[in-house]
Write a protein that binds this ligand. Structure first.
Ligand code: IPM
Ligand code: MN
Length: 326
């Protein structure tokens, strides 16, 4: 057992699966169907970045990432946006004090369910319909998670619903009604706030300090968390969790695999290490998680950049430094 695990008396066993591009090239499937049920027997899942230069985009994402998110009912996608001291942000005059919020993205519904149809495909009268599917139950469990998270985080106690009520008059009507009903009845201590998604993008850049916890649907959550990742220092440091609070959760760096750097030992491992921090926190190993965060903070203080090839050290060296700092 490595020292780092001994320090917190964490006993663990790992099992590695070869799901991904190489497996797909050999077998024609990135992950067998049986995997979803098999993975239910584990306590947690640590997922590497996904993507392979020889595999058509979409295959791995659908065949692994989305299949697991849906199959394991990981209905929350939790994405902290936190700028650490000494990490460069493109936002002028803003620092760690201003950039520190969390996005709770719904992870099983909305535009991601694949519902829709073509009409008159291939003709000049073609129509393509993509359905945003929102159930009261699905929206409610996400909102409740966000309220609870905001309460537990205990910072500004403000939950912002990010939506588009002025245009998405069905989907966000449901979201908005449920948001206020639940908040009013069960979370009177949490301040409820609303922002249209376009305005939220503006605030991310202009006044990121406005946000404490954000809750939003799957598609908007996908989009705004890439912007969030950029203001916290880039994809090299952005981690996220796909959470089923009643089941098996999965933690990942939120960016892809950057295949042009394969084998060069130059990419930033901090996003993956941050995902491990979230994994431990989710397992209730909060002290161990906090230790990893402290080690990340110490490590970034010695790095000139978060970008691949510009970190002033190799991938391995960054990893070794974090481990040593733990
Ligand atoms: C993400 C990714 C995925 C998503 C893709 C790879 C399907 O962009 O995790 O944000 O859209 O959710
Ligand atoms: Mn995304």
């Amino acid at each position: 057992m490595p020292d780092q695990a001994k320090k917190h008396k964490i006993k663990y066993e790992t099992f590695t699966y070869d799901f991904g591009g190489e497996r797909y090239k050999k077998t024609g499937e990135p992950m067998p169907d049986s995997a979803v049920d098999e993975l239910k027997n584990f306590d947690t899942i640590y997922l590497g970045a996904i993507g392979h230069p020889d595999v058509k985009p979409g295959i791995l994402k659908h065949g692994i990432l989305l299949k697991l998110r849906f199959g394991l009912e990981q209905y929350i996608n939790l994405r902290p946006v936190k700028l650490y001291q000494n990490v460069w942000t493109p936002i002028k005059d803003k620092g760690p004090k201003e950039i520190d919020f969390v996005v709770v993205r719904e992870n099983n519904e909305g535009l991601y369910t694949g519902k829709g149809e073509f009409k008159n495909k291939g003709t000049k009268d073609e129509v393509a319909i993509q359905v945003s599917y929102n159930t009261r139950k699905g929206v409610e469990r996400c909102l409740r998670y966000a309220f609870e998270y905001c309460k537990k985080r205990n910072k500004r106690k403000q939950l912002t619903l990010v939506g588009k009520t002025n245009v998405l008059t069905y989907a966000f009507d449901l979201w908005e009604r449920a948001f206020h009903e639940i908040g009013k009845k069960d979370y009177p201590g949490i301040k409820r706030d609303y922002a249209h998604v376009d305005a939220a993008c503006m605030w991310f850049v202009k006044n990121p300090e406005w946000f404490d916890v954000i809750v939003t649907d799957n598609m908007f959550g996908d989009i705004i968390t890439d912007l969030g990742a950029m203001i916290q220092g880039g994809m090299g440091i952005a981690a996220g969790g796909n959470i089923n609070p009643e089941g098996v959760s999965m933690f990942e760096p939120i960016g892809g695999s950057a295949p042009k750097y394969t084998g060069k030992n130059v990419i930033n491992p901090l996003a993956a290490i941050g995902a491990l921090q979230m994994l431990l926190e989710n397992l209730g190993e909060e002290k161990a998680a906090a230790d990893i965060e402290k080690a990340i903070i110490k490590t970034v203080a010695k790095m000139p950049s978060m970008s691949a090839g510009k970190m002033g050290m190799s991938t391995t060296e960054v990893g070794d430094k974090v481990a040593a700092n733990v």
